[in-house]
Design a protein around this ligand. Structure first.
Ligand SMILES: [Zn+2]
Ligand SMILES: [Zn+2]
Length: 403
């Protein structure tokens, strides 16, 4: 800002020294510990492009984070416009992730923002999580949070969750392997609700979305700002596993402006702490038949070896009328209506499996990961008893250079 009595020559000097005093990131670089290079080199995956996701990407781009991938399966609706800075009325019906990526790229050309349209569980394999320095959650349901949480633990990548309801908000930081994870924070009541929904074998997207909560733009701004503030600190931490806010959360009450931090205990009996040795995992083509992958398991680990998948596959539908149809799709890709028998209309029984072994049906053995819809970067585990190794399916997110 020009001081009173400033001479014209001084202002010219300011302009000439643009990079030093008027560079895009100058004010944040005045923070003593700030390293803009760390942000420029950083890669962040934002899961969800709704109210929180818009704010998360906006903040990341303003800060100059080099690579942002944003993933969402939904399209823009009118009711999103009141909470999402990147959406315009003309975007109605367009994929949220693509709209956010395009608009964010215009906000700051320094940032590469890649939109991925699809269910995070079926578009970004666990092996690809390692391509990111951290994950930011802009999710609205427990199932998706549990998936992201387990994927982060398996891949060893920290994640920062945000949640809003009305004027209330929560921000939590989880950093494997030592901190509490998202599942560690769940109450008995949370587990009851999850179990009730799991009882329905085909959890459809409609049901996932049924629990819409009241939210407002100011709440998403507050919570997303806290998430990205923690992301910046985490990116500056020399050792993310020793990062001091890991396993903690902030509870914010927008009615009273009370807020307080919570330390979550790391629960020894938590089922979400499995971590994979992906450092030494070999790559495998998505077009390699499961029979060949099983053969590799038998060769490497002996005759008791089996192949385990990250996703539960529905092998077939069987109906009381005698009809039987091969499916070979992940259960989460199916809807309740898919279970209706085309012949008689009855609800068919499904045959689920998590593994491929010598007793698997021929159709599964002949199928490939690509054919059954497993995502790029998905992990395939070869196991014999407690001994196991991992394979990572080839492929990446479109536009993302593997590192
Ligand atoms: Zn846990
Ligand atoms: Zn039938």
């Amino acid at each position: 800002m020009a001081a009173t009595g400033e001479r014209p020559a001084d202002r010219r000097l300011d302009v000439r020294l643009g990079d030093g005093t008027d560079g895009r990131y100058h004010r944040q670089e005045l923070i003593s510990w700030w390293h803009q290079d760390l942000l420029r080199q950083a890669r962040v995956l934002v899961v969800g492009a709704g109210a929180l996701g818009n704010e998360l990407v906006k903040n990341l781009c303003l800060l100059g984070v080099g690579t942002v991938v944003v993933c969402d399966l939904d399209s823009v609706e009118n009711s999103n416009l009141a909470r999402c800075v990147f959406f315009r009325p003309g975007d109605d019906g367009r994929p949220k992730a693509q709209v956010v990526a395009q608009a964010a790229g215009q906000l700051n050309g320094d940032c590469q923002v890649i939109g991925v349209t699809g269910d995070i569980r079926l578009t970004v394999g666990v092996g690809l999580y390692r391509q990111f320095d951290l994950i930011l959650g802009g999710l609205d349901n427990r199932e998706a949070r549990l998936h992201v949480n387990q994927a982060c633990w398996k891949a060893g990548v920290p994640w920062i969750d945000g949640a809003i309801e009305g004027l209330m908000g929560v921000m939590r930081v989880f950093s494997p392997p030592g901190s509490a994870c998202y599942e560690c924070t769940l109450s008995e009541r949370d587990f009851e609700l999850l179990a009730a929904r799991r009882a329905c074998s085909l959890l459809t997207r409609d049901e996932m979305l049924a629990g819409k909560v009241p939210t407002v733009a100011t709440s998403s701004s507050v919570v997303a700002a806290m998430q990205v503030a923690e992301a910046v600190k985490l990116l500056h931490a020399a050792e993310p596993s020793g990062y001091e806010f890991a396993g903690r959360g902030v509870i914010y009450n927008g009615q009273t402006h009370d807020h307080y931090t919570v330390v979550y205990p790391h629960r020894e009996d938590c089922l979400s702490h499995d971590s994979y040795d992906l450092e030494h995992a070999a790559a495998v083509g998505r077009d390699v038949p499961f029979a060949d992958i099983l053969h590799r398991a038998l060769h490497d680990l002996g005759r008791d070896a089996v192949v385990e998948l990250e996703h539960e596959l529905v092998v077939d539908f069987q109906c009381g009328c005698g009809r039987r149809d091969t499916v070979l799709r992940p259960a989460i890709a199916l809807r309740e209506s898919d279970a209706a028998c085309p012949a008689c209309g009855a609800r068919r029984r499904l045959t689920p499996t998590h593994r491929v072994d010598a007793d698997s049906p021929a159709a599964l053995l002949e199928a490939t990961p690509d054919r059954v819809g497993l995502p790029a970067g998905d992990v395939i585990t070869l196991r014999a008893g407690l001994e196991r190794t991992h394979l990572i399916l080839d492929g990446t997110i479109e536009g993302l250079q593997l590192r």
